[in-house]
Design a protein around this ligand. Structure first.
Ligand code: TTP
Ligand code: MG
Length: 357
């Protein structure tokens, strides 16, 4: 049996801004773009959430529903530093840390629990350390699987701590709305509702055939999550060998302009994934499938690590240009970045933490 913690900062960007600027503390705050330039809310403080302000909301709407709202622009470098520091605290507890984004991670604490520590104590200790060393609050969930731990961490936000004891996960999940499950988005939720499936418990008792028919393999997958069957292991960065994104075209094409556009879009997907995981790589790979299904890859290794969408697109499009030609059309294009080895996580983290120690 595994023991997994899921930790997630409360109102991450907004909390960092309130930490750095005491005048913003206790006030409704949104971090994001200006309402004049169609900005959106990236993060809302819990004070702002009382008025209904939420992530991804247009900033103009946020000001309409909360006129006294304070707004600041995002400072990504600062959030990245905080993220590195918190991941280092997590790695002090276990080397098995899987960052999901700058502000959340899974921790596999199976060994510590086997050694006699309780998941509740480990989670509580983690929260205390983060508060002491970084001045910020995280919410932590503990359970025997990733999905249970993740759902648990969200339950008592902010500053939450929810432990689901082994064996109680099905009962824990049953009363929650089905949309709480990772993988059940608004559309799936709507469709499930039309079939009378409102809670995770309803889904756990759902008709296999209907689910398969309606959602394909994802139907079986979400039902297994509802039954608390989830044996995905925690994967550290060391296990992440590459990040990629690919698309099968509706119509095969050899048009250089269309291919450039596609490669640029895939590059931006890859860049976003890299940013979320705080990874940079040196090798850019292009995967191609021709109309006759011949599949091959081309790759280039650069002198320096890269992460930005433009840098990836330049390298990938150069590889693409070498493959386009008369009579050649493509049915699949993929872009990937690998070669993360050159990156050193611990150095900047240590520097960022020194002042707090
Ligand atoms: P979240 O963890 O989803 O949100 P949060 O930390 O602000 O609030 P909480 O966890 O307490 O509900 O996302 C982490 C950060 O990612 C968030 O602070 C800002 C950024 N983000 C965006 O930029 N746009 C978005 O739409 C979302 C959801 C998050
Ligand atoms: Mg968060």
């Amino acid at each position: 049996m595994r023991h997994i913690l899921h930790a997630d900062f409360d109102a991450f960007y907004a909390a960092v801004e309130q930490l750095d600027n005491p005048e913003l503390r206790g006030k409704p705050l949104a971090v994001g773009g200006s309402p004049d330039s169609r900005g959106v809310v990236a993060s809302a403080s819990y004070e702002a959430r009382k008025y209904g302000v939420r992530s991804a909301m247009p900033m103009r709407t946020a000001f309409n529903i909360c006129p006294q709202l304070q707004r600041v622009s995002a400072r990504f470098d600062r959030y990245r530093d905080v993220s590195r520091s918190v991941m280092e605290i997590f790695r002090d507890i276990t080397p098995l840390v899987e960052p999901l984004s700058l502000d959340e991670a899974y921790l596999d604490v199976t060994d510590s629990v086997a050694g006699g520590q309780s998941a509740a104590d480990l989670a509580g200790g983690l929260k205390r350390r983060v508060k002491q060393e970084l001045g910020l609050t995280i919410s932590v969930g503990a359970g025997v699987s990733k999905s249970v731990a993740k759902i648990a961490s969200d339950l008592e936000k902010p500053d939450g701590l929810t432990v689901v004891p082994p064996g109680e996960e099905v009962a824990f999940l049953a009363p929650l709305p089905v949309g709480t499950l990772p993988g059940v988005g608004p559309k799936t939720q709507e469709s499930l509702k039309s079939h009378g499936i409102l809670t995770i418990g309803d889904l756990a008792n759902g008709d296999d055939e209907w689910l398969l028919d309606r959602f394909g393999r994802n139907g079986a997958y979400i039902k297994s999550l509802a039954l608390a069957k989830d044996d995905r292991p925690v994967q550290t960065h060391r296990d992440t060998k590459s990040i990629s994104s690919e698309t099968t075209l509706v119509l095969d094409t050899g048009d250089p302009e269309a291919l450039h556009e596609l490669v640029s879009r895939l590059s931006s997907d890859v860049s976003r994934s890299l940013e979320r995981r705080d990874l940079q790589g040196r090798t850019v790979k292009l995967k191609l499938r021709l109309s006759d299904f011949t599949t091959f890859t081309r790759q280039v290794t650069l002198p320096d690590v890269i992460q930005s969408s433009d840098q990836i697109a330049v390298a990938a499009n150069r590889l693409m240009d070498a493959e386009t030609g008369p009579g050649r059309s493509f049915r699949l294009v993929g872009v990937g970045v690998s070669g993360f080895g050159a990156q050193n996580h611990s150095l900047p983290t240590l520097q960022a933490r020194l002042p707090g120690i």
